[in-house]
Structure formats: structure tokens, C-alpha cells
Design a protein around this ligand. Sequence first.
Ligand code: UDP
Length: 367
Amino acid sequence: MSSRYSGKQSNDARILTVIGNRPQFIKAAAVSGPLRDVADEVLVHTGQHYDDELSQVFFDELGLPRPEHRLELGGGSNTSQTARMLAALEPLLAHERPAMVLVYGDTNSTLAGALAAAQAAIPVAHVEAGMRSYDRTMPEELNRVLTDHASDLLLCSAEAPAEILRGERVVGEIEVVGDVMVDVAQLLGPRAAARTAALERFGVTPREYVLATAHRPGNVDDPARLERLVALLEAVPRPVVLPLHPRTGARLQAAGLRARLDGNVVLTPPLGYLDFTALLHNARAVLTDSGGVQKEAYLAGVPCVTLRRVTEWRETVEVGWNALVDLDADAARTALERTPPAERPPLYGDGRAGERVVAALARRMGA
Ligand code: UDP
């Protein structure tokens, strides 16, 4: 490979991918397969998510290859976790000498992968570049902005994030490839939607329940906000099925709020992608603070009510399929009663983003 980078010889066809949490396993599932046809992929799992329910099940269900390196670096504050990842990635990059490092989304693993690579003068490719909520109190927002400015190849889900990156004058090359989560949703959505056993397990009927998820630090770490979340879940029409993220479960327990949900909400541990997607496709509406779930609800044609003040997936709001209610229970109740628009324009590509990511990487490596 010839590039603007000099220094030690790299392994020309080697791409080192850094992933670490649930949405990244899903995104990487769209890319790893086609990538391994053209390159030597080394998959690094930072261990940011380590519970089997948030990690192993996705490797099993989505056919993601076994990671070549597992770093087991979960837990701790954002700063300490990112620092531990940086310290672990430096020698690993020196050992593997990849021609590029590939990162996804907006987590500590994303930033650590990008920064460690940039410091080692290894080009960085960022999938889902250019997303902005403009809420700097979200740890993800910092990770997104810093990763984009450390990246050489910025692969965007749509034209709007590409425009944002041009406005920010990033130094890397920008390309719109479409959204890799659409690839996975198109591939597995129909099969998942037919898994009605998942609904039977929770005693719910198609189109007669709300599927909820909540785990953003901004909603669950502060006990006062967490109490508002619980009050909101009590106030919305039942039944509500809530796969409980471990972070949320721990915070509810610590705040003594967990018991208030029992009886009001159908609680379950986090679900695998297929069962979760089955519940999503058949829900009357989705109530969530997740980024990925807002988009998946749109793709599945299920109205979404988002428990945040802002979203980086603002197109879903603009077309009328998503409403931002923060933790306002009245606003959530009203939004849940809305009839969705008749139109649902394609916003995030054609389900072939994975191929385009691989083509862009191959082009760049051959440059
Ligand atoms: N998801 C899942 N099981 C669950 C909840 C969510 O498989 O119990 C999937 C969901 O389909 C989506 C992804 O996890 O693809 C979203 O992850 P998360 O909400 O953790 O992250 P975010 O998108 O907010 O970064």
C-alpha cells in the first residue's frame, strides 16, 4: 500500500476492525462477510459489552466471525475505559500492522480504535460518520466528533451527515454508502418478524403492545431522571414489553425503583437480535432512547416515540414517524396515540451499504 503515511511496513491487505458493543456487532455483521472476501480482517472485541446477552448472542445469530483478539476491557468510567482501550490497542496495532483500522458508530471502542490508529499513523475508516445530535453532554457525541476528525475515510449513512462533515471541514475523504443496519434489517427482518413465538412468550398480541428500551446514561444514571422514566413507563397504555439493559437494571436496583416496574411492564433480560426484531416488527409503537432502534422502527414501519430531547436520526422526526418527548409522560402518551403518516420514504439506502463499505476500503487500500 502506498499512502500519505510513512514508517514501518504495513500488512497490505490487513484491516483491523475494532468493535465492542451491541450495535457494533450488528453493524459489523453487514461488512465482515464481504470484507473477508477481499481483505485479511482481524477482528478485535474490546469487551465494552461483555454479558452474553449483549455480546455472544449477536455473534451466534448474525454469523459474525470469532474475534481474533478479545480485550475484556468493560466497566469503569468513559475516560478510564477509553484509556485502557488505547493502552491495549497500541501494542496490538504494532503487532498486527494493519493497512487500515475500521471503526463503527460512536462508542468508547470507536474513539479508542480511531485514536490509537491515528497515533500509530495507520489510516482510519469510520462507518456511520457525520452523525450529530449536537448534545455534547452525550458521551457518544464527543466520540462521534473526535472520531470523524481523526478519520481518513468517512463512510456516511446518508447525504445529510456527509453535508455536516463538509461543513466541519474534516480532513478525510467523505463517501455516502448507505446504512449498514439497513442491510441487516433487510436480510433478517422478514425472518425475525415471523418468529411469533417471541410474542407468545410475553403474552402479547401483534399491534397491541408497545416495545420499550432505555439505557442512555442521560436517562438512567441520574436517580431523578430515572424516576421520571419509571413514572412515564407507568403512565403509558399497557402492555409494554421492556428488555432491560444491564445498565438500567443496575440503576433501578440501586435507586430502589425496580419494584415499581414489576406488574406495570413486562420485563425481560436483553433479547437477541431476532427476538427483539420480532417484537419490534409486530409492535403498535416503540418507546426508546436508543439510536439504532429509532432507525429500525422506521424501517419496520412502526411509529417511534423517543425518550430524548434531540436525535441524530432527525430525518425520522422530519417525516413524521418519530416524536421526541424526552421524559415527559403526557407528551409520550399523546405521541403514542398519533396515527403514522401514509408515506415512508426510503431514508437510509438500499440495503447494500456493506458492499459499498468494502468497495471503498478496497479502493483506499489499493490507492
Ligand atoms: N437490540 C437487541 N436486543 C435488545 C435491545 C436492542 O438486539 O434487547 C438491538 C436493536 O435491534 C438495535 C441495537 O440493539 O439494533 C441497538 O442497540 P443499543 O440500543 O444498545 O445502542 P444504540 O443504538 O443506542 O447505540
